[in-house]
Design a protein around this ligand. Structure first.
Ligand SMILES: *Cc1c(COP(=O)(O)O)cnc(C)c1O
Length: 393
């Protein structure tokens, strides 16, 4: 017997999505929108959505509410026009390179850039006929020397890893602008404390996996900049399947809520630890942009506001001594990432710079005795007490 349209059979009832719950009030915090697809009202609506004449979404890989909320917030925080959320920091970085560069083009990459970014530029991009040279981001003159007629992008990090060298963004931006080349800045180590666009940068990238997420429970990347560059990057990121998902975008929004207090506390702890390490007899060298002994202390003091960041590197001289400290720090985990609420340790020689011998490390100013500390929100005296014990090991 045919059923009336108003009383569908159970199978039909089960299969069909419910109407959104009616509410004349709005939720205080964002909902997680997991829908992969959004339903246009009719064909004209598809046209309007596709042509950007109506606001909204069609297919989640191209855009969804949680990514849009996160992109908008990040763009505002960085003083940018627009943003796009990618599946990881590397997704955002790869999308920038592959959008701005074509066969025969040349990119200038700062020495000491994150290992996977360096691998992308030195091992992958040459397969597409894209060439590169390195320059020293703390020495602006070396940028001028590296420029070629086909240079189409300059890429630097605000603060490098693990030496924590600081880029002279103002001067690099001026030189790039004069040459008509966009300057992309990976600002992963310095969210909120540095706003590269105010210093003349064109594009800003974050691995939101780190400080922005803040809890080591999401992998996501952020890119912000002028709309005319973000739009084609969005298309490329979607084409390569590099856009971020709703749940992690939502988690990152939640992380952002406390970013300012986390950065403030972590930076304060880091400065205090760095000062104490510098005076400790068992630490050969301490690297921290907030120490007067740091080679870019003057640049860092102008570039960074409200703190010098959460990262501190110490050099204990040998791998054996680094290993002993890692083993001796019972409450501070060896976890080769960064930006968590708790303090974590990394050993660059066996992780980010794995595969390089002592000589190759030394050529970059590094050693097997280096430990990079991502300082968290613990009580400073608890942290120091544990390091004191660990250093006696
Ligand atoms: C971790 C990191 C990246 C890569 O980010 P993922 O989210 O791991 O892809 C890029 N740059 C810097 C400086 C990083 O620390």
């Amino acid at each position: 017997m045919p059923t009336e349209a108003t009383t569908p059979n159970e199978a039909t009832l089960c299969a069909r999505a419910p109407m959104p719950a009616e509410s004349s009030s709005r939720p205080l915090v964002p909902s997680i929108d997991l829908s992969v697809v959004f339903c246009p009202a009719d064909l004209d609506h598809v046209d309007a959505l596709s042509d950007g004449k109506a606001a909204g979404f069609i297919y989640a890989r191209d855009g969804h509410p949680n990514a849009a909320q996160l992109a908008l917030k990040m763009a505002r925080l960085e003083g940018a026009e627009a943003g796009v959320i990618c599946a990881s920091g590397m997704g955002a970085i790869a999308s920038v390179f592959l959008t701005l560069l074509s066969q025969g083009d040349h990119v200038l990459l700062a020495k000491g850039t994150y290992g996977k970014t360096t691998a992308l530029v030195t091992r992958q991009l040459p397969r597409w006929g894209i060439n590169h040279d390195f320059f020293d981001a703390s020495d602006a003159a070396s940028l001028g020397q590296g420029l070629k007629p086909k240079t189409r992008l300059v890429f630097v990090e605000t603060v490098s890893n693990p030496l924590l060298r600081v880029a002279d963004i103002d001067t690099l931006a001026k030189l790039s602008r004069e040459a008509g080349i966009p300057l992309a800045v990976d600002n992963t180590f310095a969210p909120l404390i540095c706003r590269p666009i105010e210093h003349g940068a064109t594009l800003v990238i974050h691995s939101a996996t780190k400080m922005i997420g803040g809890h080591s429970d999401l992998t996501l990347g952020v890119l912000v900049g002028p709309g005319e560059l973000i739009e084609p990057t969005k298309v490329l990121a979607s084409t390569l399947g590099q856009t971020g998902n709703p749940f992690e975008s939502w988690l990152a929004l939640r992380g952002l809520a406390t970013l300012s207090v986390r950065m403030e506390r972590a930076s304060r702890n880091a400065l205090e630890l760095a000062r104490r390490f510098e005076k400790h007899g068992k630490v050969d060298r301490t690297f921290y942009p907030g120490l007067e002994s740091h080679p870019e202390f003057a640049i860092a003091s102008k570039l960074l506001k409200g703190g010098f960041g959460a990262m501190v590197t110490i050099d204990l001289g040998t791998r054996e001594r680094a290993a002993r400290l890692i083993r001796g720090l019972k409450g501070i985990p060896f976890a080769p990432s960064l930006g968590d609420v708790q303090t974590t340790l990394s050993h660059p020689a066996t992780t980010s710079h794995r595969g390089q011998d002592a000589q190759q490390l030394a050529a970059q100013g590094m050693s097997e005795g280096m430990i990079r500390i991502s300082v968290g929100l613990e009580e400073i005296e608890d942290l120091w007490g544990e390091f004191l014990v660990g250093l006696e090991n």
